[in-house]
Design a protein. Structure first.
Length: 249
């Protein structure tokens, strides 16, 4: 059963905005534009290798913490690493430039494609009208994340905005949650955490006593053997029935 919250902490990417959905089609489109230079490797094969290398690259928590603060450079590292593993960069210095161009254009296209999820503004405005304290907690580089906050008109909708690159710590570090709770002057048991990352928005905050709402817009299978969230949403429209149950609708 969900408790009525005094505060709600929201993640940003793939929670309030659609940010990092399936990257495969974008990589493949860009790789296809250089199909002749990258022959005999076809774009579909290359996309699979880049995706596998990216999954490996981001799987290490320490590496993730370092490189998410310089995401554009990380994408250059990923495609360079994938190409090196396939021996593509040997013998032709132009291919290193092509790899960088693909990575940079990928970043630009992903940024352009970001959109606000339906219900985001309406939900936040409703919660604010009901007197719920709101915090936005997002990992990532300061300027990049701050630009998203401003682009999607989120600044005035939150009582506290916490960006990893600005404060020097991020999820799933305990300090990230404690800092937000302190900024809102609430206790963990009075607070909900909403987000898409299972480790950052379910496991870590639940261990501190927060109520967890998993925004599973990608319809992913929950990890085996891990604590379950208090509730799961496939989109933000599912938030309204939860608010009705707690008298906040």
């Amino acid at each position: 059963m969900l408790n009525r919250p005094k505060a709600i902490l929201f993640d940003l990417d793939d929670t309030l905005i659609s940010a990092y959905a399936d990257p495969g089609p974008v990589w493949q489109a860009l790789l296809s534009e250089h199909a002749e230079a990258l022959s005999p490797h076809d774009p579909e094969e290359l996309t699979a290798h880049v995706g596998a290398y990216a999954a490996e690259f981001w799987s290490d928590p320490a590496r993730h913490k370092t490189w998410r603060l310089k995401l554009y450079d990380a994408r250059r590292e990923i495609i360079r690493g994938a190409f090196e593993r396939m021996d593509i960069l040997k013998g032709d210095p132009r291919l290193a430039l092509i790899a960088n161009d693909i990575a940079d254009r990928y970043s630009a296209r992903r940024d352009e494609a970001m959109t606000l999820f339906p219900d985001s503004h309406a939900l936040l405005d409703h919660l604010k009208e009901k007197g719920i304290k709101l915090a936005l907690i997002t990992n990532g580089e300061a300027a990049m994340q701050r630009a998203k906050v401003e682009r999607f008109e989120l600044t005035h909708r939150f009582d506290h905005i916490q960006i990893e690159g600005e404060v020097g710590f991020g999820k799933p570090e305990e300090e990230a949650y404690h800092h937000a709770l302190g900024a809102l002057d609430v206790r963990a048991e009075e607070t909900w955490m909403v987000g898409d990352n299972y480790e950052w928005e379910v496991i870590a905050p639940a261990a501190l006593g927060l109520t967890t709402i998993w925004h599973n817009s990608h319809k992913a299978a929950p990890p085996e053997g891990k604590p379950a969230p208090h509730h799961t949403l496939e989109d933000l429209s599912g938030f309204w029935p939860l608010l009705k149950k707690t008298g906040l609708a």
